[in-house]
Design a protein around this ligand. Structure first.
Ligand code: SAM
Length: 297
């Protein structure tokens, strides 16, 4: 009897090992394919530098396909700094690093949370030359696309007034590690453009605007800083507006304010998701909020 049990256990172990090695082989194969594609993309860009007299090509989205959603609660084995002081901003914004002092000459002041393919940052870049703009994105391939897009834009516009040195993307989960990246009151603007709607009631906790997260956003935003939201899902618009209105550190800005603000105009048209909504003739709902001072205790 015990021999039978031993044999079954051994058999199960062998099967587990076999499944694990198959998974590993599959992952290695995928990784090799991705590296080959990445190499191909960079070859395209290298051949087309300004020195070669040709146009710099921008990356193509079809090389960077990924599932539409990424679970914000799963452990993505993300790298994040222990504290904001540990963050290596030089790597992301080499154009604003002073070798002599070893310090950044300007800091991230604008964040695009869930930046997707990066269209908003690209359009904001020339309007905020004195601020670094960071896109935070959870999906790997999408982040890689934005990285390559920015590399290409920096090359293409190296001699122009706007050389895109002030935009960068970081793979990260904004729902988990935001205060690890930013100091208290570091940001002056935060954008939430077409966030994932998580329609089902039991999935609402995965929405990027919740009471707890709003307190984190209020922490990294300075007094007078602005939260911008836009969505094509009316229910989500109401959800975001309600949570922000109920939070003691935010006040709603009115239509007149929205109409005169240049970022609202940019946000309305710039993002890839917003352009998709236009193509489908959908509606867009905007709500903007100011970070008000902490109440005196
Ligand atoms: C519907 S897309 C909108 C993308 C972009 N803002 C636009 O308007 O084109 C939502 C994006 O948020 C990203 N995202 C979702 N949850 C996130 C999180 N917790 N942290 C960072 N990015 C997240 C998704 O991967 C996706 O790219």
């Amino acid at each position: 009897m015990s021999d039978v049990v031993e044999n079954t256990k051994e058999q199960q172990l062998l099967e587990l090992k076999d499944a694990a090695s198959k998974r590993l082989a599959y992952r290695n194969e995928q990784d090799t394919k991705r590296k080959a594609l990445k190499h191909a993309r960079f070859e395209e860009m290298r051949e087309a530098t300004p020195e070669s007299g040709a146009e710099v090509e921008l990356p193509r989205k079809r090389f960077y396909r990924q599932r539409a959603h990424s679970n914000p609660f799963s452990d993505h084995k993300l790298d994040y700094p222990k504290t904001p002081e540990d963050m290596n901003w030089k790597k992301l914004y080499p154009g604003f690093y002073d070798e002599k002092t070893g310090k950044m000459t300007q800091n991230v002041e604008i964040a695009d949370i869930g930046c997707g393919f990066g269209g908003l940052m690209v359009d904001l870049a020339p309007h905020f030359p004195e601020s670094n703009i960071l896109g935070m994105e959870i999906r790997v391939q999408v982040t890689q696309y934005v990285e390559d897009r920015i590399t290409a834009l920096r090359r293409k516009h190296a001699e122009d007034a706007c050389n895109f040195q002030n935009i960068a993307v970081l793979r990260g989960n904004a729902m988990k590690f935001l205060p690890n990246f930013f100091q208290k009151a570091q940001l002056k603007k935060m954008f939430f453009c077409f966030p994932d709607p998580h329609f089902k009631q039991r999935k609402h906790k995965a929405r990027i605007i919740t009471n707890t997260l709003l307190s984190e956003y209020a922490y990294v935003l300075r007094e007078g800083g602005i939260v911008y939201t836009i969505t094509d899902v009316f229910d989500l618009h109401q959800w975001m507006a309600k949570h922000l209105e109920e939070h003691p550190l935010f006040e709603r800005l009115d239509k007149a304010w929205e109409e005169q603000d240049e970022c609202v105009k940019i946000m309305y048209n710039a993002t890839e998701e917003g352009q998709k909504v236009d193509r489908n003739q959908g509606s867009k709902f905007i709500a903007c909020f100011r970070r008000i001072p902490n109440p005196e205790l």
